[in-house]
Design a protein around this ligand. Sequence first.
Ligand SMILES: [Mn+2]
Length: 329
Amino acid sequence: MKFLYFTDTHIRGTSPKNRLDDFAETLKLKIQEVIEIANQENVDFIIHGGDVFDRPDLSPNVVGQFAKIFRMAHMPIYAISGNHDTFGHNPNTLSRTMLGLLDSFGLMTIIHPHKPILIEKDGLTIQLSGQPYHYDLDQRDPKLDYYPINEHDADYMIHLVHSMLVEKALPEGIPHTLIDHIWGTTADILFTGHYHGGFGIKEREGTYICNPGAIARVNNHWSELSRMPKIIVGELTKERIDLKEQVLKTAQSGERVLDRSFLEKAVHQEEKLHEFIQQVKEQTEFQSLQMSEIIQELATMSDVDETVKQEALRRITAVEEAWKGEEYE
Ligand SMILES: [Mn+2]
């Protein structure tokens, strides 16, 4: 049984400001190449590790252009949702997103937590399970997210997680899990996405933990400049697991596509965002995605001065109105 794994395509119609090329056109070539490899290698299924789209409400025009490419695959595509695929990073909003739409059309099959899929061929059975991105990832017992249960008594378990699984500890404030802490995983092969740099294929006593890195290079960190986008092709028999990384031929060198003329502040922003979200979560069970309601709630929970609250609401309203008049495609 053969399969292909890739992750973090971050499909969007516009180019990130640090790109020198036409990001969407480059991405089309890369995804075409991924599908062509899958067809040539005659894999039985394709797996996507999440962040298929860069935003949940991408325009139908852009989604349509990429849907045509995914349709060229001769085999099913399974995926989990990443933080960029859903509203408010909440996997429960999937049905309202473009990824949810692809799932409804049958173009991709989204794997939900604790609902593994059984794949069978020539007497070999594989259980494919997944954990989409959610806010408690890498902040609660790792067994809940990284240790699947063999519900189908399958020969092999492949498990996907869209999470910050890394080799070395990250700065304070960024939730993460170290590979070395989860070698006890029940999965035979663990595939992760989210951490764009990736760490390749790791193996210990027959267990594999892999992240080939993001297909898209959306930021201009030094690490991204030297990194080439890769996929993993895997083959399973009763006797053995065989996994190989493959660099995409259509991907250009980082120097040609990434602009280093301004410095990326993404890591810092992520820390701030995390801090803000933790604050909200600690204080209230908010059900709303309306920024103004969140501010109201935050203000009543913590003793925020009325003038500060009013100013925050005024600014948010101004930004929201500016957004409405703008095409984001
Ligand atoms: Mn991502």
